[in-house]
Design a protein around this ligand. Structure first.
Ligand SMILES: NC(=O)N[C@@H](CC(=O)O)C(=O)O
Ligand SMILES: [Zn+2]
Ligand SMILES: [Zn+2]
Length: 345
């Protein structure tokens, strides 16, 4: 096969930042994706509908001329989020989900939730309104090994949460383990997951063997090969519970190549090509369209995109770096390396 045409994909987990960084990264996603669920972990976080709508305007203004890219906004859940704020968000028609960051789990999560019991009223409102809760599923307990934090979160936090709120729609974001893939597969249809391209392509050896490679460092951290294989099996299974979410998380080169480097892989410039590479490894390119373009909107209750994109088998090299905020540069994942598939146009 030398070309594949798909319904235009959407990105159900994307970081666009703000200010000049936003200006630098929006065109990459807008070129590929019809829509994207926009993460609210700005500084300060997007905790109110008003902030989300203002942020949406800034994203719209950063789109290239003629782009129809549609940002789907989210709120950042805190211990103090009220049921009224959830109702306001839902009534806006422009805020599509609410994001749960356990406090301290990842980049800009200091204002996150300390105990989900404190958010019961807000979560009950979401369950009632059919608004999905998007979960960064890692415990933050210092005693739990970083490679175990997702599996422990499922047992300690997620299972009790969905038992308390059986109608709640949940997206387990950027899952990285066989444990999470199994939990989602066996759960009711209210529970789905996004999977990043980098977790489908790489394991922890890629990050740590032969030198430490900071551009592979993201959270949840890359795991063992058996977990990568389980994720690839889930993504290519044809199950509508698993869909595309890049977790493209831009950080300036100096913040990544550092003694204490930031977590996040910048994958937006080659997102669909990276997914195609992963799917082709297991001869499952015929399953890419469902994962990339159908199952996400179906879960969120939105229409599928009506236009198409075409991927062609045409080797190309990712740039070594790209312009970023305030004269800084950003290094995309697989910078300087070659990919077999290229998005046409
Ligand atoms: N994935 C990451 O490693 N980083 C994300 C935060 C997140 O999605 O957890 C970021 O905002 O930089
Ligand atoms: Zn996260
Ligand atoms: Zn993320």
């Amino acid at each position: 096969m030398n070309a594949i045409t798909l319904t235009r994909p959407d990105d159900w987990h994307l970081h666009l930042r703000d200010g000049t960084a936003l200006q630098a990264v929006v065109p990459a996603s807008a070129r590929q994706m019809g829509r994207a669920i926009i993460m609210p972990n700005l500084k300060p976080p997007v905790t109110t509908t008003r902030q989300a709508l203002a942020y949406r305007e800034r994203i719209l203004a950063a789109r290239p001329e003629g782009s129809a890219f549609e940002p789907l906004m989210t709120l950042y859940l805190t211990d103090n989020t009220s049921a009224e704020e959830i109702e306001r968000a839902h009534a806006s028609g422009l805020v599509h989900a609410v994001k749960l960051y356990p406090a301290g789990a990842t980049t800009n999560s200091d204002s996150g939730v300390t105990d989900t019991a404190r958010c019961d009223a807000a979560i009950a409102a979401m369950a009632r309104l059919g608004m999905p809760l998007l979960v960064h599923g890692e415990v933050t307990d210092g005693e739990i090994d970083i490679f175990d934090r997702e599996a422990v979160f499922i047992e300690r936090v997620l299972k009790p949460l969905v038992e308390r709120h059986p109608d709640l729609k949940v997206v387990c974001e950027h899952i990285t383990t066989a444990d999470a893939a199994r939990f989602v597969s066996e759960a009711p249809n209210t529970i789905a997951a996004t999977i990043t391209a980098h977790h489908l392509l790489f394991n922890r050896n890629h990050m740590l063997v032969g030198g430490i490679r900071p551009h592979y460092y993201c959270l949840p951290i890359l795991k063992r090969e058996r977990h990568r294989e389980a994720l690839l099996a889930a993504a290519t299974s044809g199950s509508p519970k698993f869909f595309l979410g890049t977790d493209s998380a831009p950080h300036a080169r100096g913040d990544k190549e550092s003694a204490c480097g930031c977590a996040g892989a910048y994958t937006a410039p080659a997102a669909i090509e990276l997914y195609a590479t992963a799917f082709e490894q297991v001869d499952a390119l015929d399953r890419l369209e469902g994962f990339a373009s159908h199952f996400g909107p179906d879960f969120y209750g939105l229409p599928r995109n009506r236009d198409n994109v075409t991927l062609v088998r045409e080797p190309w090299e990712l740039p070594a770096s790209l312009p970023y905020a305030d004269g800084q540069r950003i290094v995309p994942l697989l910078a300087g390396e070659s990919l077999a598939w290229r998005l046409r146009g």
